[in-house]
Design a protein. Structure first.
Lengths: 611, 587
């Protein structure tokens, strides 16, 4: 089962935040200051002979401005932003059919270089944007006829930090629906390699059950019409059995990848150079046999009138999950019709059965204890065109996780835990990315907490937990130990209720600081400083042993609370925000990095060079 | 969920008057076999998806049976549906590149003809014709001759709306990276093509970016205007091919399957001015209201969907960033979020503020929202039959039908409410001229009249202004009147005709709202018979024409020529008139 990266214990850390020193409320909308600086320039095409681009849109953003500003370039490609307060600003230029680029970025979607202006200063910049590439072709139906209304998309493999894996995602140019000639045209694409997919909207006419009539049946019907012997009533039973035995092909359109496969891993990559127009990328749609899934939700307690059951594809390369919902009645029966072949997850979201007849009686409540009131079910099913019956989903009660909070340090705080209210961020089930009602977290007077209604599965805590990267008051999150393992570093498969979790806060943390310099030895503020564990077992999304920070204007950075261990440090201008969680990128950077080790509470200085 | 067309719903609820024949045993072995063909060439069409409806949607008796799965035709174009119960069925076909076909349909978009199946009956030789769609394409350029990418192009088709010829939006497309657009899927007719999308000016907080104050949202499909020069701002006005307003537009006639190319559009920017002000409602400044700047004098084409619009911010302030000079009406029509205390019906806030825009900015416009008006009254039942039950009454929709122009509320007026004793209240509408009609009568009852101040406002509109209209009496009768008969052509009974019926009173040939009761048409059956099961007593013209000539017939001038060929028919109270007709040629 895929790892679920969620911060289930963020709640506990958040609770501690309430005890921290009071912080001033954040001012979300500073008033716009009027300044005396200006930034102006031209937008040109990114070619050997650059041409000025008119009617391009230049956007300017910066922490000094309440809101971004936009300017349209004149016929000579020029633009200007006046009356700016001194500060650092990012610029980006966009024009239809061109690829949007940030100033100073080497590739699209990458962050650019900020432009600094002082009071009274006028800065001139040139923004270069490449013309987008074009991919075009025709989509045919299985009979070879042009097919309209098919959505064709250009997809590219990209590391999705939220999932922790490489997935096929939309490339950033809008998808194109085929017109009445079956033609599509995707334009504005950055140069690169793409997987082209063609699909029919799930609920459109073409994708529901359609029957192909065998030629013999037509002949039979025509001869009956001509006055052939009418069906005698005695023959009706056999007609019924014939109908039951006759194979009824029900079909739907499957998503197809160029050049013509339903399996994305087998698709060809279409590579386009900047500004290139690639024609003839034709795709023929295919029919796939669809199947019916019939099943039952099994529950110890009586089910409510309607229990939603969700079906979604577990194809790992699909970036967009489309979910179907069927309703199970009080008898628990549900049906999904017209399901194309593939692997699927079946999910019954938590159902509050605590109040239903026949539910197990709740345990007598210990102080702060929460009784299991939510039941859930998960299953998988493989569909291959044959109807499936008898699929069962047995509702299970949620688990309870409890433990205590410990403070290690010179002066432990005096806390009245019973005063703390804990809002819990909504959980996300990685399977189907479905929101699940959040369990409640309560702390008792001794600092014990209990979290109820937890779905069994693998769990891991991430850097999004409070106290990890920045302290809560003076306290850093040091470890969350459950079942003998630290949830901050490894996956813990929670299958039964646990009651011995220890969340430890410490007032000491490691500190690693330094300067990022370029090859000439000058401070470089446009590259990320990256520090990551030498051991690749810690290379996962939001691992606390991976840190990427942008240095300040003088190239300085500081990273705190990396756990003791061996690390690699390097600077790179070529990665995007959070791309450093991609194991492939870390693999590439590791040989270029400097090794260092951190002991408990140690402070170290290190300069890193941009590679 | 399928949207049930109004006509079908009306038929279903109006009920049937046929005498019930003694129930015959239904072996449910009915059979329909037929072929889908290309209407122009006559060749069979493969890859058409054929579905069967009719009895499966509106069964005469019993629960709704499950329809058989749809059929995908092979290269011979054949389809077969078997094991059918008795009843009336429509078969329709869908195929990419063609307008939808149906049994009996003789022209794209024309009326279909159901197939009657007796118990265990078999019907063959059914032909479903499909017409290829046509297309228009061209290039869009700006004043420098540069192709404009990503601009929305709209095709308008000449139609008849409420008695008037008007260009109605048919389809849209976006120009690609070469500035080329293509409008495919067009049914034959006369078209004009234009770039009409106008900008939306939204408060800065909504769009997150500012051209100065407030934000100018360049939404999808709107061409990027020239940058402002000092105080001057620019905008591209709605432009019809080749390069101007509607009266200079090239009209593109399209036949079946025709591909018209090089219908190019050249856009030129014009200066616009700022118009700003405040929207206030009965409870103070109105936030998040959408205002539209509708140009006056646009009866010939409906540009409302693309008109410049603005959204008011939290203080009710709004700005239109760049409005070309001309005469406008600022219109707001919004359902208010909090329903009125005494009813559960959504109330409407509306405004229609006239404005003349010149060459200078206009600030301080006050748009005052008023509450909509309602119509209230009661139902009466004139007849011997048992009155409908309270729950049934609650389901009868009372429709306030605008007489001057298409429905002026986006999304249509809300539902009406009828209580157990037959007192009704309609939803709010802005002031104007209206008819009051019924969306569907209880079983066995025919909608007879809606009397208000001595006039039947189902036939003649009244002015709803200054206050709610109260005391309407809507009367239903169980004395059905109607008209039926046989249509003959030179060769015998005519299965390809449509019978058109309209009142003798010429006043009723224009401004008759969306659903006039006395202007009706019906297709003949396969045996040449026609039937209007419910037609109110009165004096009518009735004429049968070949179905090809029945397209867009509800137009004032056309009705004048029809009147010259028609037969005068008088229907008395409770009379079921029989009137045979001969097919006429209107050309």
């Amino acid at each position: 089962m895929r790892i679920k990266a969620l911060s289930i214990f963020a709640a506990v850390c958040f609770a501690a935040a309430h005890l921290a020193a009071q912080q001033p409320p954040r001012d979300t909308r500073p008033a716009d200051k009027i300044g005396t600086a200006s930034i102006s320039g031209v937008v040109t095409s990114d070619e050997a002979q650059p041409r000025p681009l008119r009617r391009a849109r230049v956007t300017l953003n910066g922490p000094e401005l309440a809101m971004g500003r936009t300017s349209i370039t004149a016929d000579d490609g020029s633009f200007t932003f006046e009356r700016l307060p001194a500060g650092r600003y990012t610029l980006a230029a966009a024009k239809e059919a061109y690829v949007r680029m940030s100033y100073g970025a080497r590739r699209p979607n990458a962050q650019g270089t900020p432009v600094a202006v002082a009071d009274g200063q006028r800065q001139r910049v040139t923004l270069r944007i490449p013309r987008g590439s074009v991919i075009t072709g025709t989509v045919l139906d299985p009979e070879g006829q042009p097919m309209r209304g098919v959505l064709v998309s250009a997809l590219t493999y990209r590391f999705v930090p939220g999932v922790g894996e490489r997935r096929l995602v939309s490339a950033g140019a809008p998808s194109s629906a085929t017109d009445d000639r079956g033609e599509y045209r995707i334009f504005g694409l950055p140069a690169g390699g793409y997987v082209i997919s063609a699909g029919v909207e799930q609920f459109s006419v073409s994708s529901l059950d359609i029957r192909v009539v065998p030629a013999g049946e037509i002949q039979q019907a025509l001869s009956e019409r001509q006055g052939g012997p009418p069906q005698a009533p005695a023959q009706s039973p056999s007609a019924a059995t014939t109908k039951a035995n006759e194979p009824r092909r029900t079909v739907a359109y499957a998503p197809v990848y160029y050049p013509g496969t339903a399996v994305s891993a087998q698709a060809s990559t279409v590579t386009v150079a900047p500004g290139e127009e690639r024609t003839g990328i034709d795709i023929q749609m295919q029919y796939v046999p669809t199947a019916k899934i019939e099943g039952m939700v099994i529950s110890a307690a009586a089910l409510p009138q309607v229990t939603p059951v969700m079906l979604n594809s577990s194809d790992p390369t699909l970036a967009v999950d489309s979910v179907r919902v069927a309703s199970a009645g009080p008898d628990g029966r549900f049906t999904f019709n017209a399901v194309p072949p593939g692997q699927y997850n079946l999910i019954v979201r938590p159902v509050p059965l605590g109040a239903m007849a026949g539910a197990p009686r709740p345990q007598p409540a210990a102080p702060g204890a929460v009784s299991a009131s939510m039941y859930w079910a998960l299953g998988t099913v493989a569909v291959q065109g044959e109807d499936l019956a008898g699929v069962t989903l047995t509702l299970q009660p949620g688990l309870t996780i409890s433990g205590r909070v410990v403070f290690e340090g010179a002066t432990p705080p005096a806390i009245d835990f019973s005063q703390v209210r804990v809002p819990v961020p909504p959980l996300r089930l990685a399977v189907g990315n479905l929101p699940i009602p959040s369990p409640m977290v309560r702390l008792d007077a001794t600092g014990r907490f209990t979290i109820g209604d937890v779905i069994p599965g693998p769990y891991r805590l991430t850097t999004t937990a409070q106290g990890m990267r920045s302290p809560i008051g003076a306290w850093w999150l040091k470890s969350v130990v459950a079942g003998g393992r630290d949830l901050l570093d490894s996956v813990v498969d929670i299958r039964q209720s646990i009651d011995d979790v220890v969340v430890t806060f410490s007032d000491r943390a490691t500190e690693l600081s330094g300067t990022v310099t370029d090859a000439q030895g000058n401070p470089a503020s446009n590259a990320f400083a990256l520090v990551f564990a030498a051991d690749s077992q810690f290379w996962f999304t939001d691992s606390r042993r991976i840190a990427g920070v942008r240095p300040d204007a003088e190239g300085r950075f500081t990273i705190r609370n990396l756990p003791p261990g061996t690390y690699l440090a390097v600077a790179s201008a070529d990665v995007d925000d959070r791309e450093w969680f991609d194991p492939e990128i870390l693999q590439r950077l590791a040989p270029l990095a400097t090794k260092l080790s951190l002991a408990e509470g140690e402070r170290k200085t290190l300069d890193v060079t941009v590679r | 969920m399928k949207i049930i067309p109004f006509g079908a719903l009306a038929l279903a609820l109006l009920g049937q008057t046929a005498v019930q024949s003694p129930p015959a045993p239904d072996p449910r072995t009915g059979l329909i076999v037929g072929q889908v063909v290309d209407a122009a060439t006559g060749k069979p069409l493969s890859g058409a998806i054929v579905s069967i409806g009719g009895e499966f949607l509106f069964p005469a008796t019993g629960p709704r049976p499950t329809p058989p799965p749809r059929i995908l035709t092979g290269s011979d174009g054949y389809f077969v549906f078997r094991d059918l119960p008795r009843g009336s069925f429509t078969i329709s076909a869908y195929k990419s590149g063609y307008a939808d076909g149906a049994t009996g349909r003789r022209r794209p978009g024309g009326p279909s003809q159901p197939i009657e199946i007796k118990p265990g009956g078999r019907v063959g030789d059914v032909m479903v014709k499909m017409w290829r769609v046509a297309s228009i394409s061209g290039t869009v350029v700006d004043e420098a001759g540069e192709a404009i990418v990503g601009v929305q192009i709209r095709a308008f088709r000449r139609s008849v709306v409420e008695g008037r010829r008007r260009f109605v939006s048919a389809s849209t497309a976006m120009s690609d990276d070469r500035g080329i657009y293509r409008l495919g899927d067009l049914i034959p007719g006369d078209y004009v093509v234009a770039a009409t999308a106008q900008p939306i000016t939204a408060p800065v907080m909504m769009t997150g970016s500012a051209f100065g104050q407030p934000a100018y949202a360049i939404g999808r499909g709107i061409p990027v205007p020239p940058p402002s020069k000092g105080q001057a701002v620019f905008v591209y006005p709605p432009t019809f091919s080749p390069s101007g307003p509607l009266d200079q537009a090239t009209i593109v006639p399209l036949g079946s399957g025709e591909e018209r190319t090089a219908v190019d559009i050249a856009l030129h920017p014009i200066r616009g001015v700022r118009v700003s002000g405040v929207v206030t409602g009965p409870d103070g400044p109105a936030a998040s209201m959408q205002l539209q700047m509708l140009a006056s004098g646009n009866e010939a084409v409906s540009l409302e969907q693309d008109a410049p619009s603005a959204i008011s911010d939290q203080t009710g302030a709004f700005t239109f960033f760049a409005v070309a000079s001309g005469d406008y009406t600022i219109r707001v029509a919004a359902r208010s979020r909090t329903p009125g205390a005494q009813t559960a019906l959504p109330s409407v806030l509306w405004a229609a503020t006239p404005l003349s825009v010149g060459r200078t900015d206009i600030d301080g416009v006050v748009v005052s929202l008023q509450r909509g008006l309602r119509v209230t009254g009661r139902f009466e039942f004139d007849g011997a039959m048992e009155k409908p039950a309270a729950q049934r009454l609650a389901q009868v929709p009372v429709v306030v039908d605008a007489a001057d122009g298409p429905a002026s509320i986006s999304g249509g007026a809300g539902p009406s409410r009828v209580d157990a004793s037959g007192q009704f209240t309609t939803a709010d509408v802005p002031p104007g001229k209206y008819f009051v009609r019924i969306g569907g009568s209880p079983q066995g009852w025919m909608f007879k009249s809606a009397m208000y101040n001595g006039r039947d406002v189902a036939d003649t509109p009244f002015d709803l202004r200054g206050g709610d209209a109260t005391g309407l009496v809507i009367t239903f009768t169980d004395r059905w009147s109607g008209m039926r008969g046989m249509v003959q052509s030179a060769d015998g009974p005519d299965p390809d005709a449509t019978v058109l019926v309209f009142p003798v009173d010429e006043q009723m040939w224009s401004a008759f709202g969306m659903n006039p009761r006395r202007i009706r048409s019906v297709r003949t059956s396969a045996t040449g018979e026609y039937n209007f099961p419910s037609l109110l007593p009165g004096d009518y013209y009735a004429v049968a024409v070949h179905d090809d000539q029945a397209a867009d017939w509800r137009e004032t001038k056309f009705m004048e020529s029809l009147a010259r060929l028609a037969t005068r028919v008088s229907i008395g109270d409770g009379e079921k008139k029989t009137q045979d007709l001969h097919t006429r040629d209107v050309r």
